[in-house]
Design a protein around this ligand. Sequence first.
Ligand SMILES: [Zn+2]
Length: 264
Amino acid sequence: MRLAAFTLALTLTLASCAILREQLGLALVSQETELELGRKLSAQIEKKEKPLADSRIQAYVRQLVAPIAQRSLQDRPGIVYQVTVIDNPKQINAFALPGGYVYVYSGLLKAADNEAELAGVMAHEIGHVVGRHSANQLAAQYGMELLTQLALGEDAGQLGEMAASLAGAGAMARFSRDDEREADEYGFRYMTACGYDPRALLTFFTRLEQLEKSRPSDLERLFASHPPTPERVSLIEQMITKAGVSGGKLERDKYQKSVASLKR
Ligand SMILES: [Zn+2]
């Protein structure tokens, strides 16, 4: 009885935290501030990181993301997604900036086995944009006043520091467990709506674990900003069971051909 009361209290506390967080984010960061900040941060990122020169791979990834992004507009309209592959074979990671700028490292394309795995990762990143997670997190970390100043004016130093932490160079994980779970829920919906097999999320996690064990010393942190924790794996398994999804496309041959130049 006491345990039940405790569980209920805990559930209520967690639920109200999530609602509070959401309302704070919406109230604090306007859509215009978020878009402007994203635009400025993306300029900083593109100064630091080199876009992959292979325009066919850039186009392939953009085409793959387009229908997933299209789906997400139902939940958050008005976002124009910009997808860029960054040339860094040692980084197995992807990240999203406020306002719809999504980046994936060539190292992640190398590590993925099929289109469904990449689609799952990109759908998860789009989930962070739909949930406005980076805008919320930046507001919590730097304060709303600074964000508005940055969106209105120029402060390249501060923007550079923020861009670095968003690119996963910072030591800490970026998002809360709640945000990761929400991004997984959106991502799962979008990838399955586009016909992909959601089990690819699980095979990708397994591959990351194997790479982690056998990783060469020059490999940078694997998916550091979105760790495939046992909790995430079990939640994804639950989503698959609940949705009754029994399969879907993987597009392995198409994928291997499209990214062959990276795998050599
Ligand atoms: Zn994430």
